[in-house]
Design a protein around this ligand. Structure first.
Ligand SMILES: Cc1cc2nc3c(=O)[nH]c(=O)nc-3n(C[C@H](O)[C@H](O)[C@H](O)COP(=O)(O)OP(=O)(O)OC[C@H]3O[C@@H](n4cnc5c(N)ncnc54)[C@H](O)[C@@H]3O)c2cc1C
Length: 450
């Protein structure tokens, strides 16, 4: 089949690759100049089933009163779904585990690494909260997720950089969970997809999708000469990564000339339309805007968060893998010779620049848990929004009543974790393998979820 993928975030590159592996002709439309330029850029880096935790978490904060007319009903729906509880936790954990396994399968074939570390340690300060979490973690164990309960000393042996002054009542280690640089993995996935023939059209924004008897037509607009005239391997962000050792140089002068000619042709005719047998929307927070003209009103909301990435001054004092301060909802992740601190979950789109106020809890967490490990000068601050549905579940599958239209969206705070598994589900379902009955599939785009 000839398949269009809209969006080259982590969901889009994983989907493009999995479809190319299955033998499809894949074309990825991405409005930005490279992969993982939006929500997938500066994530916490954690791949863990416990991104949907069995233990109590802080309820989603109420939006400011001035935003209640637009966000209020969504917020109430999300609060009701959270209070109704855990009916779909097991399905989420199973998908997360399958996804982590699938990623392991692919990374063993990749030519480079993506700053991966094993295990995620969840930490509690309050003894009562830890006791409750310990009891709740039995559900994860029953679902086949390994969970090791640790006292404060064992946490410090595992993570020697943990501050002696930090109050720790206990920790839960998920040894099968892991951490890694989502953006680097996206570049590796793109390379692997291209080697299988997938085409990436950067600087190309999809304006509309139109259904028809011959398939789905994608109307797009060329925004900028971000590829072709300045191709990835000649110096843009992806090129620098490759020069830094990620990926391999491929293709000769002929291929480069062809790529430039194609980009030039597209620039001269910046608006175009092309028909595909299927279209998979992986457009993150923009998915709702693409679906609205088709009469599909998706209650998708952006939820903003931020991260701070700092070079390590004393690598031995930094985290060895990922540490999660469960009560403050801040994660500290080792990424090579850097530490990333991230948190925040605020309904609404991300600002252009993260505010200083939103960064303060991140600096505080660094100082509380692993003080003195990082150079505080020249931090890389990042702010972005993940796309969420009020039921807190991703939406993966075919849209009923719209032949050839597929969704792989709404991954919320777990898009990196779920990328490989969600992509595999899409590829299997498109080929009629492993089909799940939408009525019993909590991730299916059923009418009730719109
Ligand atoms: C602070 C923070 C921390 C996080 N930490 C973690 C974590 O530790 N673990 C985890 O699993 N998840 C984490 N997440 C969630 C994860 O980042 C997201 O779920 C994931 O990146 C979503 O990927 P995506 O590909 O769906 O969306 P995106 O990465 O946003 O990609 C969508 C792409 O579609 C493109 N696009 C949109 N509209 C169009 C159009 N019309 N035409 C062409 N292109 C278009 C966009 O330019 C974009 O590149 C975190 C999120 C945040 C904000």
């Amino acid at each position: 089949m000839k398949i269009a993928v809209i969006g080259a975030g982590i969901a889009g590159v994983a989907t493009a690759h999995e479809l190319a592996v299955a033998g499809h002709r894949v074309c990825v439309f991405e409005r930005r100049g490279g992969v993982a330029a939006e929500a997938s850029f500066g994530t916490n880096g954690v791949l863990s089933p416990a991104l949907r935790p069995p233990w109590a978490t802080r309820p989603l904060p109420r939006p400011p009163w001035r935003s209640m007319p637009t966000l209020g009903s969504w917020w109430l729906r999300a609060r009701r779904a959270a209070a109704a509880g855990s009916a779909h936790d097991e399905a989420f954990w199973a998908l997360a585990r399958r996804s982590i396994d699938r990623l392991a399968h692919w990374r063993s074939r990749w030519p480079a690494e993506y700053e991966r570390t094993d295990g995620v340690l969840y930490l509690w300060r309050e003894p009562a909260a830890f006791e409750l979490a310990l009891a709740a973690s039995d559900r994860l164990r029953a679902a086949g997720v390994r969970v090791n309960a640790l006292d404060a000393d064992a946490c410090r042996r595992l993570e020697p950089g943990l501050s002696a002054a930090a109050s720790i009542s206990g920790g839960l280690l998920l040894p099968q969970a892991e951490a890694g640089n989502c953006r680097l993995a996206a570049h590796l996935w793109r390379d692997a997809a291209e080697q299988l023939g997938a085409e990436f059209r950067f600087g190309t924004s999809v304006r509309a999708i139109e259904g028809g008897p011959g398939g789905a037509a994608v109307r797009f607009e060329q925004l900028a000469l971000t590829t072709g005239f300045a191709p990835a391997r000649e110096g843009n962000e992806a090129g620098r990564n490759r020069a830094g050792g990620v990926g391999t140089e491929r293709g000769g002068a002929q291929a480069l000339l062809r790529q430039r000619a194609l980009a030039a042709a597209r620039y001269l005719a910046p608006v175009g339309s092309e028909t595909f047998d299927a279209v998979v929307i992986c457009a993150g927070t923009e998915a709702a805007a693409l679906l609205a003209p088709l009469g599909l009103r998706l209650p998708l909301q952006p939820q903003a968060g931020q991260s701070l990435t700092l070079p390590l001054r004393s690598p031995e004092r930094g985290p060895r893998s990922a540490l999660v301060d469960v009560e403050r909802e801040v994660t500290l992740t080792r990424l090579g010779e850097r530490v990333r601190v991230s948190g925040g979950s605020e309904l609404g789109p991300a600002r252009k620049q993260p505010s200083e106020r939103s960064m303060q809890p991140l600096y505080r967490a660094l100082d509380t848990w692993v003080p003195g490990c990082a150079h505080l000068a020249r931090p890389q601050a990042w702010h972005a929004a993940r796309a969420c549905l009020p039921d807190g579940l991703p939406m993966i599958g075919a849209v009923p009543g719209h032949a050839g239209l597929w969704l792989n969206i709404a991954h919320g705070n777990a898009g990196w974790t779920l990328a490989a598994g969600a992509a595999l589900r899409i590829a299997e379902a498109l080929d009629g393998r492993g089909v799940v009955d939408p009525a019993s599939d909590p991730f299916a785009p059923t009418a009730a979820r719109f």
